[in-house]
Design a protein around this ligand. Structure first.
Ligand code: HEC
Length: 81
């Protein structure tokens, strides 16, 4: 039974990773991923770490305090597609 549980948990994790294209923590404020893409492009960030720095040091840094680095990096990956 333990094995079945592990497989279920693994499957759920995999599914959430695949459907993670719309990043909830950004869309909450930015409404759509298209808008996020535009903003990401406008920062001129060339890497995921660049984008984290741009947002953390940007004029809206306070608004982005609650967002995870991980989500910002995901947004970069999404925007550079
Ligand atoms: C609490 C609300 C909020 C959340 C959550 C949020 N943003 Fe923002 N963000 C804003 C606002 C407001 C601006 C100002 C620009 C605008 O939307 O016109 C902004 C601006 C930006 C900018 C432009 C650069 C800058 O610093 O001004 C980028 C890039 C950005 N957001 C990316 C993201 C990403 C990626 C996420 C998810 C990981 C995210 N934001 C989550 C509110 C938010």
């Amino acid at each position: 039974m333990k094995k079945v549980g592990a497989i279920l948990v693994g499957g759920a994790l995999l599914l959430s990773a695949v459907s993670g294209w719309a990043i909830e923590s950004c869309v909450k404020c930015h409404k759509s991923m298209d808008k996020v893409k535009e903003l990401v492009k406008a920062t001129g960030a060339k890497s995921a770490d660049d984008l984290v720095k741009a947002i953390r040091g940007g004029k809206k840094a306070a608004l982005h305090k609650a967002v995870k680095d991980e989500d910002i990096k995901k947004a970069f990956a999404e925007a550079s597609k």
